[in-house]
Design a protein around this ligand. Structure first.
Ligand SMILES: [Zn+2]
Length: 278
């Protein structure tokens, strides 16, 4: 099967460190990564904070360019001049949906503003429990009649990291709960029309055990893995991968090309060569 994907699902696990993705702590995700493609090492943007990273995913450019690094709305105007991923996808006839548990306070206002500026079509509210949230996400994808980019956001690991420390027993327990929810992705792993990208916005525990915003390799490191019927099975890519490579890869998966200002590259090595289309 050639041609663009029908659904691309981007799963963002807030604060998931790549060294937590082991057969001991996350057996389901580890197995899915072994069957699909994953980066040996990948990094997020700096500063390694959620708003900066999510805005980079939404706009294809680094925080130095988009300027959004906290939940204050002052600098939001700067992204007006950019070319958000959902708007680029709309030119290809692809919608964007975001599935997340209810957010509170500043995060909620920020998300709402970003969604409006970014051109997201649908915000699908879901319960906070990872297993139920994944059920909502998968039945949404299942019921899709048109092509769609579906972003799923889980914050439990970050919450546990701030409360108890990254890689603490409570953090690893939160990670294990997320892993049981991710087991449900197995249904999509063989689907040639679906691409699932699993990543995090940042790591944590570098410099301060309960934080992630300082410049430190443990805060920069994120997992990046892909599943789906057309992903290279069992490949660990030694090529350097960045969070900023995800937006061009999403556009490519729907048959599009990233605007010149996008800073990342298409992760071509993740896909089976005979199925590459340009
Ligand atoms: Zn955090």
């Amino acid at each position: 099967m050639r041609g663009p994907y029908r659904n691309v699902i981007l799963l963002i696990v807030d604060g998931l460190r790549p060294d937590a993705v082991t057969s001991r702590h996350m057996p389901a995700l580890t197995d899915l990564f072994h069957r699909g493609w994953r980066a040996q090492a990948a990094v997020t943007v700096r500063p390694s904070v959620t708003v900066a990273a999510l805005t980079s995913l939404a706009t294809g450019v680094s925080p130095a360019r988009h300027g959004l690094c906290d939940t204050g709305l002052r600098s939001l105007g700067r992204i007006r001049g950019l070319r958000p991923l959902p708007s680029e996808l709309r030119h290809l006839g692809v919608g964007t949906a975001v599935i997340t548990a209810p957010l509170s306070g500043a995060a909620r206002r920020m998300a709402g503003a970003l969604l409006r500026l970014g051109g997201v079509d649908r915000l699908v509210p879901a319960p906070a429990a990872p297993g139920v949230l994944m059920d909502v996400a998968l039945s949404h994808v299942d019921g899709n009649r048109s092509r769609e980019f579906v972003v799923v956001y889980l914050d439990d690991a970050d919450v546990a990291g701030h409360a108890w420390g990254w890689m603490s027993p409570a953090y690893l327990q939160a990670v294990a709960t997320i892993d049981r929810a991710l087991e449900k992705l197995r249904a999509l792993a063989e689907d040639p029309a679906a691409l699932v990208i699993v990543t995090a916005d940042h790591g944590g525990g570098g410099v301060l055990p309960q934080d992630h915003d300082h410049r430190h390799p443990l805060n920069d490191a994120i997992p990046v893995g892909m599943l789906g019927g057309r992903v290279m099975p069992g490949l660990v890519s030694p090529e350097p991968v960045r969070l900023l490579d995800i937006p061009p890869t999403v556009l490519h998966s729907f048959g599009g090309t990233a605007p010149q200002e996008y800073e990342g590259r298409v992760i071509h090595e993740a896909f089976m060569s005979e199925l590459v289309y340009v």
